[in-house]
Ligand binder design. Structure first.
Ligand SMILES: O=C(CO)[C@H](O)[C@H](O)COP(=O)(O)O
Length: 249
């Protein structure tokens, strides 16, 4: 396994060990390439621990993951309060704000983050940055209703200061990416000045009619776990505390 994959696994395993406890019965499962390690560790807790638990997916990928792992599937309309949600991130800043939506799942991801008593991020070391937009340069993912995309793009270009905002195009399909909710995705890069204060730009984007959700999650997480190249895990907490912990066994 290469360093990046093992860093993802380290972060995921440590986060599950610390936050998925026997009393947790409703668990939100995020999207992306780090989350399968979350599910792997939960499965390792054993059949007894997982009996009676319900797992809520953030999209097609995590639904498949939950079902193929033999875990119980539910949805957020049945369980609007979730004990703990674990999810990946495209980038996390020093205040625990993050960019999400690299996989176009951020609408459901934000619903599950907001529904959770505890929201935990898991990522490899490349995502641990001081300011958003440091390594993840493609921009803030924005889910829009299809008929409004050109108007929202124009708003981003002319009013909100993202002249390079573009409609995300599909690979291996002609035309745009279509989200699990049937919407389009715009990627809008902003300069450092705007990304230093992600809440303000998030609120401005969200006010544009036609926008369904913005992939900026502002101070929603309790903690972010980053797997490091040296086999340690950095944990950033919402109170500013930072722990450096050894890898789980
Ligand atoms: O927000 C997401 C999907 O919409 C993912 O959580 C994010 O893209 C991180 O994915 P990965 O763990 O593959 O880096």
């Amino acid at each position: 396994m290469d360093i990046i994959e093992s860093s993802k696994r380290l972060a995921a395993y440590t986060a599950v060990d610390n936050h998925v406890k026997p009393e947790h019965k409703v668990i939100g499962i995020g999207s992306g390439s780090t989350v399968p390690y979350v599910v792997e560790r939960i499965v390792q807790q054993g059949v007894e621990a997982n009996k009676g638990r319900v797992f809520i997916p953030t999209g097609f990928q995590s639904k498949e993951l939950i079902v193929s792992s033999g875990l119980g599937l539910g949805d957020v309309d049945q369980y609007p309060t979730i004990d703990v949600t674990l999810d990946g991130a495209d980038e996390v800043d020093s205040q625990l704000n993050c960019v999400k939506g690299g996989g176009a799942c951020h609408l459901r991801e934000k619903v599950l983050a907001e529904a959770a008593r505890t929201f935990i991020l898991v990522a490899d070391y490349r995502k641990n940055v001081q300011y958003l937009g440091t390594n993840f340069l493609q921009g803030v993912p924005i889910e829009v209703v299809p008929f409004a995309y050109a108007k929202v793009l124009q708003n981003l270009h002319q009013v909100l200061g993202s002249p390079k905002a573009t409609l995300r195009m599909a690979v291996k399909k002609a035309g745009p990416v279509v989200s699990d909710n049937g919407n389009f995705i715009i990627d809008a890069p902003f300069d450092r000045e705007k990304m230093i204060d992600p809440f303000t730009i998030m609120a401005q984007i969200k006010m544009l009619t036609g926008v369904v959700e913005v992939g900026l999650f502002c101070r929603m997480a309790k903690a972010a776990y980053f797997g490091n190249e040296d086999g340690t895990v950095t944990v950033r907490w919402d109170d500013g505390k930072i722990d450096q912990v050894a890898a789980p066994v």
